[in-house]
Ligand binder design. Sequence first.
Ligand SMILES: *Cc1c(COP(=O)(O)O)cnc(C)c1O
Length: 427
Amino acid sequence: MSREFGFETRSIHAGTQPEPVTGARQTPIFQTASYVFHDADHAASLFNLQTFGFVYSRLGNPTVAALEERLASLEGGRGSTCVASGHAAQLLALFPLMEAGAEFVASTRLYGGSITQFGKTFKKFGWQCRFLDMDDLEAVKAAVGEDTRALFCESLANPGGAVSDLESLARIAEGAGCPLVVDNTLATPFLCRPFEFGADLVVHSTTKFLTGNGTAMGGAVIDSGRFDWSKSRRFASLSAPEPAYHGLAFQETFGDLAFTTFSHAVTLRDLGAAQSPMNAFLTLLGLETLPLRMERHCRNALAVARFLETHPAVAWVSYAGLPSSPYRGLAQRYLPAGAGSVFTFGLKGGYRAGARLVEAVALWSHLANVGDSRSLILHPASTTHRQLTAAQRQAAGAGDEVVRLSVGLETAADLIGDLQQALDSLP
Ligand SMILES: *Cc1c(COP(=O)(O)O)cnc(C)c1O
């Protein structure tokens, strides 16, 4: 579908068309593991990567491919690979770039699960992750060099409401000859398109706003197609001859589709984190209303954040859409249509007040997820960050007094009314 069409049109149409055999207008769920070859030559050319087509659903599936094309269109990228979860997307984004002993640099302000994945589990592959405060651009510049495989940040960080200076980080990555990888989960391409600011790869947990109703796990890696992997010896997976495919080199053979082709033909083949066609179908449905939903999410979040700032039980509110946020300037530059709907606030009553508040609300759901049509509330210190020491929680933006909200699509006055009665009930 043409890039000339508007974002709303592409949210509904990109990657899909009426199904040619039956005329079915909605994208079918191709619930199949395998695909019949036309003949022996066709099979051989598919296996040699000389023809694009479907072989086996671990490598590719038509419903998942429709989602891949739609996400690439919405982000303004060249190609995309959908996988089983957001965490699988992060693994898939880094796998072609990394090897044992190699290092990448990531922001300290990442989703907690990403910090654990990068800092602990990836270490078992011999991948080193150096965490840095990416607000400190000088420190980032000093830390990266010709051995750095990637710079990784979130456009809008979960949960602290921090906004990354994408243009500056992209310049630093370019200077070091490595790609900038941006987790765009909380912003979505409706609010921010990192490729327009120089990012090279975008990752998503499609579990969140893209699907939009808490029904389907999924993840995606989108490639801008702009990074030349043969510029440096560092990216041998993409630039050197691949023995399993008769010595073809992905960059040389596939050009701006090198990363995406490698992700299907090698990474998904061998790591196996394929997305199910049912989940891709649910995410395609969700994307149809993404622009409408994100507008309402942002409007409701701003109304709730403004209300919280006025309540006497609340110590502070960290929402990049508020004039009081230190990230206000960056938000206006990178997220002009709204600062999303996930943010934190602090209670004067500390740990006990946070633990009571999540029980005192009625309309808000107390659970660990974000990006649902329903409004969600969480007290990180008593749940997701329970295993950490008080000092570690503070550093992670999950101190005892912190409450995280994911503001949904309900009537704003109902959300505020429920929070008000719960806050008023605190001792
Ligand atoms: C949820 C989330 C992830 C992980 O995604 P899963 O789909 O849960 O694996 C990664 N990054 C961010 C910002 C998230 O919110």
